[in-house]
Design a protein around this ligand. Sequence first.
Ligand SMILES: Nc1ncnc2c1ncn2[C@@H]1O[C@H](COP(=O)(O)OP(=O)(O)OP(=O)(O)O)[C@@H](O)[C@H]1O
Ligand SMILES: [Mg+2]
Length: 252
Amino acid sequence: MVSHEPNSRNLSERAISARGVVKAFGSGDARTLALKGADFEALEGELHLIVGPSGCGKTTLLSVLAGTLGCDAGQVEVLGSMLTALSSAEVTRFRCRHIGFIFQQFNLIPTLTLLENVSVPMLLQGAPRREAEARASERLGQVGLGGRERQRPTQLSGGQQQRVAIARALVHEPRLVICDEPTSALDSVTGHQIMDLLSGAARAPGRCVLIVTHDPRIYGYADRISEMEDGRVTAVHSGHALGAFIQAAQRS
Ligand SMILES: Nc1ncnc2c1ncn2[C@@H]1O[C@H](COP(=O)(O)OP(=O)(O)OP(=O)(O)O)[C@@H](O)[C@H]1O
Ligand SMILES: [Mg+2]
């Protein structure tokens, strides 16, 4: 857990700055405006939560920030690179190198073992297989799945698959970790273990962890919380106001 005293930590550079992001899906009568000019900012060294009702655009915003989804308008700067000005090949390279993404649906590869799944981000960066597998094995141990390296995702419960996805997102020590509901399928004890791991990842210099959640049990880990509604960020809570926001959310 972190203190919510203002300036209690040395938060510094902006890790993410998004301005006026617009994203529509579909066309004609089926057109949905998922992001309606969203502004968002996260700092290096912080664990930042995004909360809001179902359908308000949280996953869409995360996908745009991670570069897995292009936007129709607006500017997105991540770790000093203007993603919206890069080619798709450049965005892919940037993402492999700097971003670990935990998807809402886990996105594990069913034909690969757990060890192979978790090794993928390091192999994509050109690491030798032995080194990638040694790190993958270490990460699987950290999420409580040591000894299960040779199993496949289909042999695991939803919560266990979620932990493999978390190990995979952290294996190459990315500067930005983006997580969509990382504790949704986890019991309370495991959820706190995973949040401790993600908090550790946020505290290293130049790093940032961004988490979408509906789970008020983990609000206390946040340095800041952005609230979304109807395609926009409508409030940002930090310092003393964050403590009050968390208390109110945990009471209701
Ligand atoms: N691929 C898609 N095609 C069409 N519409 C989409 C698509 N993805 C999202 N949408 C729509 O965009 C809006 C925002 O969706 P999004 O998934 O970002 O919401 P969310 O805040 O993550 O919701 P939840 O909390 O339920 O995960 C919703 O109205 C949704 O139906
Ligand atoms: Mg979502």
